[in-house]
Design a protein around this ligand. Structure first.
Ligand code: ADP
Length: 273
């Protein structure tokens, strides 16, 4: 039986009493070591959900549990240590003058001893393939490299879960690819749960499970493979299906089979990543 790490139990949220509900009675879970992709059109509630996962916001109704702890003012710091976040803009996440200093900063905040810090900086930069850049200036790196350093900074604190909130949105296709590979690598090598928030369907293909949000409701929950079986319905909630999948599907409709199926999940992953 898979062990759950994060749970939303009937969570509802609105920013103000007189404003509409942003999340309506949402129940989801993320298991230990699982990669869950949360997808939905702009304004569907994804970022709000991410903020409720590490106590940047609290629910108006329902409960959020992280590693068995109920999200509350008392255990907020413990929860924030367990759940690291990587945000959209790579340039807003740097404080150090070198890559190494930057990763060190988060560790200093957690009072990690010097020797242990050196070890963790090396390990986390290696985990994202940036070990050769430790003395580089962060602002000179490419977008993808900056986000990899941001992931390393989070990893160094040894969280049990990492949330990437639209962490690829400002990157070019090469940078996006780098981040998807990095996340996949980290998931395989570390004992960590991963939540990626995205509006790009290409980015859900490597995840173990997908949660599709639509206007504050969970519209779908299942594997990427199951999701792509609903490919037509996705357009009705404002999501574009990946081009490769669309193309293969159209060929299939025309009777020009490039594969036995309209394009299965593994083939789709190969084509995209
Ligand atoms: P997504 O990440 O899917 O784009 P968000 O969670 O950012 O969605 O937003 C969901 C809804 O909440 C939107 O209607 C948005 O306008 C509203 N919203 C987001 N942040 C705030 C805020 N700080 N104050 C008021 N409304 C907000």
């Amino acid at each position: 039986m898979e062990k759950s790490f994060l749970e939303f139990q009937n969570v509802s949220f609105q920013y103000r009493e007189d404003s509409p509900m942003v999340l309506n009675d949402v129940s989801i879970q993320v298991n230990q070591n699982e990669w869950v992709a949360v997808i939905g059109h702009n304004g569907s509630g994804k970022s709000t959900m991410a903020k409720l996962m590490n106590g940047l916001l609290f629910p108006n109704a329902g409960e959020v549990h992280v590693d068995g702890l109920e999200l509350s003012e008392e255990n907020i710091w413990e929860i924030r240590r367990k759940v690291g976040m990587v945000f959209q803009n790579p340039d807003n996440q740097f404080v150090g003058t070198t890559v190494k200093d930057d990763v060190a900063f988060g560790l200093e905040n957690h009072g990690i001893p010097r020797e242990e810090m050196v070890k963790r900086i090396a390990q986390s930069l290696k985990a994202v393939g940036m070990e050769e850049y430790e003395d580089h200036e962060p602002h000179r790196l490419s977008g993808g490299q900056k986000q990899r350093v941001a992931i390393a900074s989070v990893l160094a604190v040894a969280p049990s879960m990492i949330i990437l909130d639209e962490a690829t949105a400002m990157l070019d296709p090469k940078g996006r690819k780098e981040i998807m590979h990095t996340v996949n690598q980290v998931r395989q090598e570390r004992d960590v749960s991963i939540v990626t928030i995205t509006h790009d369907l290409n980015e859900v293909t490597l995840a173990d499970r997908v949660v599709v949000m639509n206007d504050g409701d969970v519209w779908f929950e299942g594997t990427p493979r199951e999701l792509f079986e609903h490919r037509e319905d996705l357009q009705t909630i404002g999501l574009d299906i990946p081009l490769v999948s669309k193309f293969a599907h159209e060929l299939h409709q025309l009777g020009l089979n490039i594969s036995k199926q309209p394009l299965n999940h593994e083939e789709l992953m190969d084509e995209i990543w």
